[in-house]
Ligand binder design. Structure first.
Ligand code: URA
Ligand code: SF4
Length: 210
């Protein structure tokens, strides 16, 4: 059988029970080496959902999404865009950390398309419980998980798409991509674009009914 989290989703899931339920997921092999599954976090009333790629080293240890360096940068961008992180639900496309060991360090490794696909039932469950107005995909992994493999961040960044699991979806750069930029002017420019994309998300009247 193809890898899938589907058999591990509880029959009557709630946002409160998902984190525990995901600990017994064997939907793909990533559970083998990670510390724990990291489910999304945020209020059930959240109208905006942010989706990253997968937990990083610190997220894997703490069991919470976006608490490491990328999370700090994300918090700064949300702040500048006037978005309160406490009112946003933050999650990932893949719930277990995939890494390569280099000496003592664990280096992030990109999840395969099959792993993203296997894990998607958890993401779909989160979104079906939240029914958000808007989803912001952070980076190509999340964008391709929701919008299809042909999605190109370079071409479609910042554009708003309709979607079955949320009223609207928008994709922007992943904060980790900013951390990899060596040139500080590049970093600054890309950070400004990230803030701008988050503002675009809000200006679509996310919090008002259609
Ligand atoms: N990068 C992600 O995509 N998600 C996290 O939770 C942390 C870093
Ligand atoms: Fe299950 Fe997702 Fe973890 Fe794979 S990465 S074991 S599908 S929770």
């Amino acid at each position: 059988m193809q890898n899938s989290a589907t058999p591990f989703i509880p029959p009557h899931p709630t946002l409160a029970t998902l984190p525990q339920a995901a600990q017994s997921c064997r939907g793909c092999d990533l559970y083998l080496h990670a510390t724990q599954a990291v489910m999304g976090e945020g209020p059930a009333t959240a109208r905006l959902v942010l989706i990253g790629e997968q937990p990083g080293d610190q997220e894997d240890q703490q069991g919470r999404p976006f608490v490491g360096p990328a999370g700090r940068l994300l918090n700064q961008a949300l702040d500048e865009a006037g978005i309160d992180r406490n009112q946003v639900y933050v999650t990932n496309s893949v719930k277990h950390f995939k890494f390569e060991e280099r000496g003592k360090r664990r280096i992030h490794k990109k999840p395969s398309a099959a792993e993203v696909q296997a894990c998607q039932p958890w993401l779909q469950t989160e979104l079906s419980l939240l029914k958000p107005e808007l989803v912001v995909c952070l980076g190509a992994t999340a964008a391709q998980s929701l919008l299809g493999k042909q999605f190109r961040l370079t071409a479609d960044r910042g554009r708003i798409f309709p979607h079955a699991w949320a009223k609207r979806i928008l994709a922007t750069i992943h904060p980790s991509a900013l951390l990899r930029l060596r040139d500080s002017a590049d970093r600054k420019r890309e950070f400004t674009r990230l803030v701008h994309d988050l503002e675009t998300a809000l200006s679509g009247n996310v919090f008002a009914p259609e």
